[in-house]
Design a binder for this molecule. Structure first.
Ligand SMILES: Nc1nc2c(ncn2[C@@H]2O[C@H](COP(=O)(O)OP(=O)(O)OP(=O)(O)O)[C@@H](O)[C@H]2O)c(=O)[nH]1
Length: 606
C-alpha cells in the first residue's frame, strides 16, 4: 500500500478519500434519448456545473472515440463520477452514464440502465417524441427506473415546448408539473435539474456480499484490461483476487479507480460506486468476447441483423487482426465474432452486427485504433430456412445453407423504416423505395418535413439505401430503421464457380429477382481482375446448379520459361525468381491463380 501512495502525487492522494461517500449520498443515473436530442451536450453542462471539467473548454467531453468526434454521434455509453453539493449544501456523488441515441447501439443503452436507479429522458423541443424516445422509455420502464422527463433545446425559435408537454402527458401519462425544461446548450434550467435528481432518484442498495455489475470493459495499452463496474456490494481493493462467476477464473486486481471524468486511482471501491479495476494483459482471455460474458451472466442474447466477413487486407496481418479484433470486442458487447477461413480470402472472421452503422463503426475503429487495413465482404442478413420436416434453421452465412432439397421455403428479415425529408423530395423518395420493394405503411407532415414509414426487406436497406437517400435529398433526408420480424420470401443461394470449383467467399443468399444482376456483376469483375492462364478460365454464377451468368478469360498459351531454350541456366533462373516474387502476391483458388486483391475488387462499391 505504501508503495502505491508514493507513486502518486499528493493531489491524487487527496482525491483518494473524496469519493468515499456513504451509499445514501450516491445517485446512479443515465441520460437516454433519440439521436441528436442533446444527451452529450447535457452531460457536458453537468460536468461543468459540478466542476468535474472546467467551463467552456470541452465540447461533447464524453464522446471520447475518434469515430464519435468525426461523426458527431455517440456510439459508446460513457460514465463519469461527479461530486456535487446539492443546493450548495450537502455533498453527493452522482454517477452519470451518457448513452448513444442510434438504434444500432441500443444494447449499450439497456446495459447502462442495469447499472442505474434512474434515467433522464431527454426530448428535443423542436422534434417531440421520436422512435428511440419511445423505445428507450419502454426499456427504462421495464427495468423499473425512475424516469425524469426533460424537454431540451427550449432556446430554439422552432421549439414547440407546450406541444411536447402535451405529447408526454398523452403518450406517457406524465404529470406536466414534473417535466423539466432546459437548454443544455445555454445551461438554462440545468442546475435546477441537478438539484432535483437527489430527491427524484433513489440511492442504490447495498447487497452486502461482494457483487460487481460489469458495465463496460476495454483494453488500455498501458494497463491491460480495464473493467468498469458498479459495486453492488462489498469492497474491492488493489491486490484482491476475484473470481469470475461466468468463467470460474481467478483474476488479480491490479488497480482500482473512479472515472471523474478520467481515471482517478482509489484505495478501494465501495457499494454504489461506479469504478474501474485493471488486470494485467497476460491475465486476460481475449478469446472470450464481452458478448459471451454478458450472455453467461444472464443478459439477453444479442441477435445480429447484419453479417459480414472481416479479413486482413494482407493475409500476413492475420495474427495482428486476431489480437485487435478481440481487444475491440472487449468494448463492444453487441458484436458476435466467429473464426472463418476462406480459400479466397484466407483466415478471417465472420462478424454479426446490430446494423450497418454498427458494422461501419467497428471497421473504422479497427482501422483507427489498431492501425489495420481490413476487407469487409458485402453485408448480408440472416435468413430463416423453414425445412420440410418443420424445423427452422437460421442461415447467417450462405456456405452453411441447408441443401435445397430439404427446404420448404425461406423467410427474410423485414424492417420498419422512418424516412424524413423536405417535402420537395417526396417523389424521389417514393421512387427510391419502390425500386427497393418498400411498402408505404404510414405518412405525416411534421413542420415542413414529410415523415414516411416504409416496410422493407432488411436486405434492401443495408445495401445502399442510406447513401441513396442522402444524395437524392442533398443531404437533408434521414433514415432510421428497426427490425420487425420475418416474412416469407423467394431466396436463393448464388454460388460463383471458377473452373467448375465453387468459391466459398463468393456464395450469397439473395432474393431470386436480384440473383442474375449480382451474378453478372461478379463474373464481370472477376474477368477484369484475374490474369490470363495457360488455359481458358471459366467463371460461372450458378443458382441451384443452373448457370445464370458466365464469363471466360482466354488463355495465354505460353509457358514463361518456354523461350529459354538451350542451356542458358542464369536467364532461366532469373525468370523463375521473378515468377516466385510474383507468386507471393498471388493466391490459388482451385486451379486458378488470382492476385490477393482480386476479391477486394469484387466487394468494392461501384
Ligand atoms: N440550440 C440548442 N442546440 C442544442 C441543445 N442541446 C444540444 N444541441 C445541439 O444538438 C446537436 C446534438 O446534440 P448532442 O448532444 O450531440 O446530441 P446527442 O443526443 O448526444 O446525440 P447522439 O449521442 O449522437 O444520439 C448538437 O449540434 C448540439 O449542439 C440546446 O439546448 N439548444
Amino acid at each position: 500500500m505504501l508503495k502505491y501512495i508514493f507513486k502518486n502525487s499528493i493531489t491524487s492522494f487527496h482525491l483518494l478519500s473524496r469519493y468515499q461517500i456513504s451509499i445514501d449520498k450516491i445517485r446512479n443515473f443515465c441520460i437516454i434519448a433519440h439521436i441528436d436530442h442533446g444527451k452529450s451536450t447535457l452531460a457536458d453542462r453537468f460536468l461543468e456545473i459540478t466542476g468535474t471539467i472546467s467551463k467552456g473548454k470541452h465540447e461533447q467531453y464524453l464522446d471520447k472515440l475518434e469515430v464519435e468526434k468525426e461523426r458527431g454521434i455517440t456510439v459508446k455509453a460513457q460514465s463519469a463520477a461527479m461530486l456535487y453539493k446539492v443546493d450548495g449544501i450537502e455533498q453527493y456523488l452522482y454517477n452519470l452514464i451518457d448513452t448513444p441515441g442510434h438504434v444500432d447501439f441500443t444494447y449499450e443503452v439497456s446495459r447502462s440502465m442495469r447499472a442505474c436507479e434512474g434515467a433522464i429522458l431527454l426530448i428535443d423541443a423542436t422534434q417531440g417524441i421520436q422512435a428511440q424516445t419511445l423505445s428507450n422509455y419502454i426499456l427504462a420502464k421495464k427495468q423499473n427506473l425512475k424516469i425524469i422527463p426533460v424537454i431540451n433545446k427550449i432556446d430554439m425559435t422552432s421549439a414547440n415546448t407546450e406541444t411536447v408537454i402535451q405529447q408526454l402527458v398523452e403518450k406517457f401519462d406524465m404529470n406536466p408539473n414534473e417535466i423539466f425544461k432546459v437548454s443544455a446548450k445555454k445551461g438554462t434550467g440545468v442546475t435546477e435539474l441537478l438539484n432535483n435528481i437527489v430527491t427524484l432518484i433513489p440511492p442504490p442498495q447495498d447487497h452486502k456480499e461482494l457483487k460487481c455489475f460489469l458495465i463496460d470493459s476495454w483494453y488500455a495499452r498501458d494497463k491491460g484490461v480495464v473493467l468498469l463496474m458498479l459495486m453492488k456490494g462489498g469492497i474491492l481493493k488493489k491486490g484482491d483476487q476475484i473470481l469470475s462467476c461466468a468463467f470460474k477464473k481467478k483474476y488479480d486486481v491490479f488497480e482500482v479507480g473512479i472515472q471523474s471524468p478520467e481515471n482517478v486511482p482509489q484505495e478501494k471501491l465501495e457499494p454504489g460506486q461506479v469504478g474501474q479495476q485493471m488486470r494485467p494483459e497476460q491475465e486476460i482471455h481475449l478469446e472470450i468476447p464481452l458478448s459471451k460474458t454478458l450472455a453467461e451472466a444472464g443478459f439477453e442474447q444479442v441477435k445480429p441483423l447484419v453479417y459480414c466477413g472481416i479479413y486482413p487486407e494482407d493475409p500476413d496481418d492475420y495474427a495482428e487482426l486476431n489480437k485487435s479484433i478481440f481487444k475491440l470486442a472487449l468494448t463492444d458487447p453487441a458484436v458476435i465474432i466467429q473464426k472463418e477461413s476462406s480459400a479466397a480470402l484466407g483466415n478471417g472472421y465472420r462478424c454479426g452486427f446490430l446494423g450497418v452503422l454498427h458494422m461501419d463503426v467497428f471497421r473504422e475503429r479497427l482501422e483507427n485504433e489498431y492501425n489495420l487495413s481490413v476487407i469487409l465482404t458485402s453485408p448480408s442478413v440472416p435468413y430463416k430456412a423453414i425445412l420440410r420436416n418443420g424445423k427452422e434453421v437460421l442461415v447467417e452465412n450462405a456456405i452453411m445453407a441447408p441443401d435445397a432439397a430439404v427446404i420448404k421455403h425461406y423467410e427474410q428479415p423485414m424492417a420498419m423504416a422512418t424516412i424524413m425529408c423536405p417535402e420537395e423530395y417526396s417523389a424521389t423518395i417514393f421512387q427510391l423505395c419502390d425500386a427497393r420493394n418498400g411498402r408505404i405503411v404510414d405518412q405525416e407532415k411534421y413542420d415542413k418535413q414529410d415523415r414516411y414509414i416504409f416496410k422493407f426487406p432488411l436486405n434492401e436497406i443495408i445495401q445502399d439505401l442510406f447513401d441513396k437517400i442522402k444524395s437524392a435529398t442533398k443531404g437533408y433526408g434521414s433514415l432510421e430503421y428497426e427490425f420487425c420480424g420475418f416474412e416469407k420470401a423467394n431466396i436463393v443461394k448464388l454460388v460463383i464457380h471458377l473452373m467448375d470449383d465453387p468459391v466459398d467467399a463468393l456464395s450469397f443468399m439473395v432474393p431470386e429477382e436480384r440473383a442474375h444482376q449480382l451474378g453478372k456483376k461478379i463474373c464481370q469483375r472477376l474477368k477484369d481482375n484475374i490474369p490470363q492462364h495457360l488455359f481458358v478460365v471459366s467463371i460461372q454464377a450458378k443458382v441451384g446448379g443452373k448457370v445464370i451468368a458466365a464469363e471466360k478469360i482466354g488463355s495465354t498459351g505460353k509457358n514463361v520459361t518456354a523461350k529459354c531454350y538451350g542451356g542458358d541456366y542464369t536467364r532461366k533462373k532469373k525468370l523463375l525468381d521473378r515468377q516466385k516474387e510474383g507468386k507471393k502476391r498471388m493466391r490459388e483458388v482451385g486451379r486458378v491463380t488470382v492476385r490477393k486483391d482480386t476479391f477486394i475488387s469484387v466487394f468494392k462499391d461501384d
